[in-house]
Design a protein around this ligand. Structure first.
Ligand code: CP
Ligand code: NVA
Length: 307
């Protein structure tokens, strides 16, 4: 029998539209308790973290355990990677011992290299460029709210053109919903990712958060200073003035609108306390869905026969 090619989830477009929807269906079944298989029995996921994490670390570790497997937490400060061992060597060594790698790091090229040199599935747990697992959890939250059809949902992004914004663009590219992005000048999303999404669906780009949010069903934001950008935080505080998602801004969204934030959040900066704690906020469902969405992703790439 021909060997099955190794599948990765380093970017949303690694999955076709059908695979993405199938993964979200599986995540929903998992959340309802309808999936009880343990396809990772006897298998190990290595989790490499070069940045901090609460949700990603806990959801991958708990998720692997619930699927019958074992998760190994590897801080890049402790393993030899942090002392300069080449990524290509780390990839080949881990491929001899574990069954999948989840990595959170700075450069997207490191994740791509891990996938290139290793021979096991690689899952992107956040880079400076992308955060695909978070967007899968967000899409699960949206489907839970509005039903499985994503095309009619209008999504607004208010804030930095960062890893989250880029992954939203990738999701719009694959799934065809309308995405409106409001960011200050100088904080644009990745140009190639933006252009590809614009070739596939309606993408509105503006410097006015009100224009982005007008009639939107989902209002989404994130911190103004991402991990690794701490030295820029004072400048960013000034540059993002006017980009807070508060009740006045939410008042422009559709009647049925919900508020999402990947967390951690800075109340009083990118979002007001009233909005994140208010009736439209779904941030804790969104955080919980990390667990279900990532379990579904792990099954798809690490145990595809068990989906
Ligand atoms: N949203 C998210 O990825 O959270 P953590 O940084 O806590 O993993
Ligand atoms: N954009 C944020 C997301 C944190 C989950 C960061 O990269 O720090």
């Amino acid at each position: 029998m021909p060997e099955r090619p190794v599948r990765h989830f380093v970017s949303i477009p690694d999955f076709s539209r059908e695979e993405l929807l199938d993964t979200l269906d599986l995540a929903a079944r998992m959340k309802r308790g309808e999936y009880t298989a343990r396809p990772l029995e006897g298998r190990t996921l290595a989790m490499i973290f070069a940045k901090s994490s609460t949700r990603t670390r806990v959801s991958f570790e708990v998720g692997t355990y619930q699927l019958g497997g074992h998760a190994l937490f590897l801080s890049s400060r402790d393993i030899q990677l942090g002392r300069g061992e080449p990524l290509a060597d780390t990839a080949r060594v881990l491929s001899r011992m574990v069954d999948g790698i989840m990595i959170r790091t700075f450069a997207q090229s490191d994740v791509d290299d891990l996938a290139r040199y290793g021979s096991i599935p690689v899952i992107n747990g956040l880079t400076d460029l992308l955060h695909p697992c978070q967007i899968m959890a967000d899409l699960q939250t949206i489907r839970q709210e509005f039903g499985p059809e994503l095309e009619p949902v209008k999504v607004a992004w208010v804030g930095d053109g960062n890893n989250m914004a880029n992954s939203w663009l990738n999701a719009a590219y694959r799934l065809g919903f309308e995405l409106r992005l409001a960011f200050p000048a100088g904080y644009e999303p990745d140009a190639e990712i933006l252009a590809r999404a614009q070739s596939a669906t309606k993408i509105v780009v503006t410097h006015d958060p009100r224009e982005a949010v007008e009639g939107a069903d989902v209002v989404n934001t994130d911190v103004w200073t991402s991990m690794g950008q701490e030295e820029e935080s004072q400048k960013r505080l000034r540059d993002f003035q006017g980009y807070i998602v508060d009740e006045a801004l939410m008042g422009r969204a559709s009647q049925r609108s919900i508020f999402l934030h990947c967390l951690p959040a800075h109340r009083g900066e990118e979002v007001s306390d009233a909005v994140i704690e208010g009736p439209r906020s779904r941030v804790f469902d969104e955080a919980e869905n990390r667990l279900h969405a990532q379990k579904a992703i792990m099954v798809k790439v690490m145990a595809p026969g068990a989906a």
